[in-house]
Design a protein around this ligand. Structure first.
Ligand SMILES: [Zn+2]
Length: 55
C-alpha cells in the first residue's frame, strides 16, 4: 500500500479507492479500474498504471 501512498504524495492525485483504481490519466488525473486506450474523460492517451507514475 505504501506504493500508492507515495504515488499520491508525488503526483498530488486524490485516489480514494487506491487499490481498486490502479490506472490514472496523466492529463486530467482521472483514475480507472481498467486500462483504457484513451481517457473517457479528456481523450488523452496518457493512461498509466499509477504505480509507474511516481517514477
Ligand atoms: Zn483524462
Amino acid at each position: 500500500m505504501g506504493v500508492f501512498d507515495r504515488a499520491k504524495a508525488a503526483s498530488g492525485l486524490s485516489i480514494d479507492t487506491e487499490e481498486a483504481l490502479p490506472y490514472v490519466c496523466l492529463s486530467c488525473g482521472a483514475t480507472y479500474e481498467v486500462q483504457h486506450h484513451h481517457c473517457p474523460d479528456c481523450g488523452s492517451f496518457d493512461i498509466r498504471c499509477s504505480r509507474w507514475v511516481q517514477e
